[in-house]
Design a protein around this ligand. Structure first.
Ligand SMILES: Nc1ncnc2c1ncn2[C@@H]1O[C@H](COP(=O)(O)OP(=O)(O)OP(=O)(O)O)[C@@H](O)[C@H]1O
Length: 356
């Protein structure tokens, strides 16, 4: 199902939980609504579900406005973190619930539930009650129950929040494969950026009731449109006076800059790829991160976080090093743009290619 949300607004008292939210979701896509707690993700999901009435704006399913349709007529399946299984029903009964409500025949129910039990790998557990299942198995049952009436849209609110880290990772992969196989349009809410990046085809970043950016995980990471997005996704250094760093100059309206640690090269003179574009710094803090070092380095008036590969010379606090910043995002209130180190560019223009 193709979903369009147009200028959706919702206030609770004086508080605007959703402020003119618009987006389009293509049929069959798995979309992550990502943002900080209290940003308005669940409110948007609940409006799409019909559980919350918007103050203004439109929700269209396949081009048809559904604002006035009750939830049960919207063709939606839900998997909510707190939408617990029915404790007094076994796995089979839980999965069949929606079909029983729809008054399907016993034969039809049995066929569909068995199909879903196979699909979700719950064979042999049909007669168990929720308290006899692991967290991961319970979420599979919740998923099967949501899918039983063949919804055209699946809404998942923090579906893995209550599950321990290892099982959560397995379930994420499982869910992504399953949704791809079924081709059902799905929207899931999370405040976990790693989860959104791993699972979603596209991410919508929600903050203070507004859409900050929508795009593939890669687009959002590589080209954050706002300072908030750059800070929210991945690690970043947020600085002012970025023009004091070697290779960069002040660009009129952009007052601040964000530098990702992976775009900072740090090391002894012979380890830096382009010394002409580098400047001196002093190591202030070193943290071993398992697969790399995380270094806090003082460069002029800036304190920057960088990564340092394990195969490079080990760095210690107070070491004098060279620091080269490859690129940064400069931004104002509206947008951010990527700027490359201009000395790096100039130097590479004049360098002689090895093959000559
Ligand atoms: N029924 C309600 N009455 C009053 N305020 C509400 C109601 N529902 C949500 N809010 C408020 O609206 C804001 C957005 O809430 P929402 O649950 O949509 O955010 P969220 O991004 O999903 O957060 P979380 O990740 O913590 O679930 C919050 O400040 C919340 O307190």
């Amino acid at each position: 199902m193709h979903i369009t949300v147009k200028k959706l607004c919702k206030s609770f008292g004086n508080f605007q939980a959703s402020n003119c939210v618009s987006f389009n979701i293509e049929k069959g896509k798995l979309i992550g609504l990502l943002g900080p707690s209290g940003g308005g993700k669940t409110t948007i999901l609940r409006m799409i579900a019909g559980l919350e009435e918007p103050d203004s704006g439109e929700i269209l399913f396949n081009g048809e406005c559904v604002n006035d349709k009750p939830p049960q007529e919207r063709g939606i399946g839900f998997v909510f973190q707190n939408y617990a299984l029915f404790r007094h029903m076994n796995v089979f009964q839980n999965i069949s619930f929606g079909l029983v409500v729809q008054k399907k025949s016993k034969k039809e129910i049995e066929k569909r539930v068995n199909e879903l039990i196979c699909l979700t790998g719950l064979q042999g557990l049909e007669k168990r009650y929720p308290n006899q299942l692991s967290g991961g198995q319970r979420q599979r049952v919740a998923f099967a129950r949501a899918l039983a009436p063949r919804p055209q849209l699946l809404l998942l609110d923090e579906p893995f929040a209550a599950i321990d880290a290892k099982v959560r990772k397995e379930l994420r992969t499982w869910l992504k494969d399953m949704i791809e196989k079924l081709g059902v349009t799905s929207i899931f809410v999370t405040h976990d950026q790693e989860e959104a990046i791993e699972v979603a085809d596209e991410i919508i970043i929600i903050n203070q009731g507004q859409v900050e950016q929508m795009g593939t995980p890669m687009e959002i990471y590589k080209q954050p449109k706002t300072a908030f997005v750059a800070r929210f996704i991945g690690e970043s250094n947020v600085i002012e006076n970025y023009h004091l760093l070697r290779g960069f100059e002040k660009i009129l309206q952009y007052g601040k800059a964000i530098i990702r640690p992976e775009f900072i090269e740090i090391g002894k003179e012979d380890e830096i790829s382009n010394i002409a574009a580098a400047q001196r710094g002093i190591v202030r803090h070193v943290v071993y991160k398992g697969n790399s070092w995380q270094i806090e380095v003082e460069v002029g008036s800036h304190l920057l976080v960088a990564y340092h590969a394990l195969d490079k010379k080990e760095l210690r606090v107070s070491d004098k090093v060279w620091v080269m910043i490859h690129q940064m995002h400069v931004f104002d209130d509206q947008e951010s743009i990527i700027v490359e180190n201009r000395l790096k560019r100039a130097a590479s223009q004049f360098s002689i290619p090895v093959y000559i």
